[in-house]
Design a protein around this ligand. Structure first.
Ligand code: SF4
Length: 483
């Protein structure tokens, strides 16, 4: 008898198995950042014309795709443990005479390639982030009994091949959408795998981005977040044939009818150039909230990380942004316990948090990624020290976040209502600072922006009531609450 892992390698035919009606179903699970969420949507859009409908339930899927992230060690282990779970689903389906194909996509796929099939033989195909547009072909190869592994950086532009979402699919995903404008990174921070898994920086042409935003706006999207691994290094070709900066692109995207809010992420402090600062000054739709990772407050550690900027450079970038947009607030990323980080270095990070007063931040213990320079460094910090520092850092971040939220109490801000809240009659929206705001209002307000007076705050959420004042009055509050 063949082992169960090898029974199921053939692709389900377009017609489902006897007793099962409707189109084939694909379940895509995303790990990691917004780039992966966006990629997952584009994979679903590409598979839709092949007869695949999305399902949230892996148990009913004919094709399960894990869109993976390689940034942190635990994320990789999460993928393997998830594969163990999906393998059981595949086995159960096989007992019912149904075939399930398992695909691993994303940065773990890129980095580990064949190792994935070796460790998890139930996997049928492995596809790197630059080859998603080849999924239909790869699935056809699975149907022929192959286990294709495609981790190339193809010459063709995947964005030219990937299918646009239908209006119905866009609407189902909500009023806020991501649009990839740039991929890859040339910075080579010593702890990071992105330059190896996503390759060198590549920017999409401005006209294609604008066309995608117009398509989303037509379907009812109100907020666009331009995304890229190093988004403010954007240098795509404009319709005038020149290289456009992110600032220039934001000005153009802001002209798209129906788009009320703009954001972008993730940025690097070295690429905060003048046109981007000007965009924050000039564009009312560009939200006054900037996620600008710093990683450490110590110049010694920043140099070891190859961040190419100092603490003073970082603070200068924030100061330029504040001068252009006084109500702006900041969030950041931090790594604690980088190799060689001393207690003094860590104090420098804590003092940076206090100096800036971040409205929010993500913080992580350093974990070595194989193949990166930092993984080979001497002076790895003991796990217990990392844990203790992380706790102290998170307490400082939480304190500043709570203070920022508390300053919103009694103020009025514009809220874009996104979806139903936890309670009947409640909607959840986002403030300009990305804070979730819960308000008792009719569902018909989804997709609209209204001024809301904040009546209560908790650690992670705001609560409020519709304000009887024009929506733009909410911006006053933001100036007062500023980071
Ligand atoms: S800038 Fe960001 S994506 Fe690029 S190497 Fe550094 S951490 Fe990784």
């Amino acid at each position: 008898m063949r082992p169960p892992d090898r029974i199921d390698t053939a692709l389900p035919t377009k017609r489902r198995q006897p007793g099962m009606n409707g189109p084939r179903k694909v379940h895509i699970k995303s790990f990691g950042c917004q780039m992966n969420v966006y990629d997952s949507h584009r994979m679903a859009d590409t598979l839709a014309p092949e007869g695949f409908a999305e399902t949230a339930a892996p148990e009913e899927a004919d094709l399960v795709i894990l869109n993976t992230c390689h940034i942190r060690e635990k994320a990789v282990e999460k993928v393997y443990s998830e594969l163990g779970r999906i393998r059981q689903i595949k086995k159960a389906a096989a007992r019912d005479g149904r075939r399930v194909v398992i695909a691993v996509a994303g940065c773990v796929a890129q980095a580990e390639g064949e190792e994935i099939v070796r460790r998890a033989p139930a996997v049928d195909l492995v596809v790197g982030p630059q080859s998603y547009h080849r999924l239909p072909d790869l699935l056809a190869r699975v149907a022929q009994g192959e286990k294709p592994i495609d981790t190339e950086f193809p010459v063709e532009d995947k964005f030219d091949v990937l299918k646009a979402p239908s209006h119905a699919a866009t609407r189902a995903r909500g009023v806020s959408a991501f649009v990839t404008v740039q991929e890859g990174c040339d910075k080579f921070c010593t702890f990071c795998v992105v330059p190896y898994t996503r390759g060198a920086e590549v920017s999409r042409p401005a006209a294609k981005i604008v066309a995608e935003v117009e398509h989303l706006a037509d379907a009812g999207v109100r907020e666009i977040t331009l995304i890229g691994q190093n988004v403010n290094a954007y240098h795509g070709t404009g319709p005038d044939g020149r290289s456009w900066t992110l600032g220039r692109l934001l000005h153009r995207v802001a002209e798209v009818r129906g788009i009320a809010r703009l954001r972008y992420t993730t940025s690097h402090p070295c690429d905060v150039e003048d046109s981007l600062v000007a965009a924050h000054r000039d564009l009312a739709s560009l939200m006054p909230y900037l996620h600008l990772p710093v990683q450490s407050g110590s110049d010694r550690v920043l140099a070891a990380m190859n961040r190419r900027h100092t603490r003073a450079d970082y603070l200068a970038a924030l100061a330029r942004m504040r001068e252009a947009r006084p109500d702006i607030a900041f969030s950041s990323d931090f790594i604690v316990g980088f190799p060689g980080e001393s207690e003094d270095d860590f104090f420098a990070t804590l003092s940076l948090v206090d100096d800036v007063g971040f409205a929010g931040a993500f913080s992580f213990k350093y974990s070595a990624r194989p193949g990166t320079p930092a993984a080979e460094m001497a002076d790895q910090v003991p796990e217990a020290v990392k844990s203790e520092r992380l706790q102290r850092l998170q307490a400082a971040i939480d304190r500043h976040q709570a203070a920022f939220n508390t300053r919103c109490l009694g103020k009025t801000c514009d809220v874009l209502f996104e979806k139903p809240g936890r309670y009947p009659g409640q909607l959840v929206g986002r403030s300009p600072y990305l804070q979730p705001v819960q308000v008792m209002v009719p569902a018909s307000l989804i997709g609209e922006i209204h001024a809301v007076t904040i009546t209560e705050v908790s650690a992670n959420s705001l609560f409020g009531t519709l304000a009887a004042m024009p929506a733009h009055a909410g911006e006053l509050m933001l100036a007062e609450a500023g980071g």
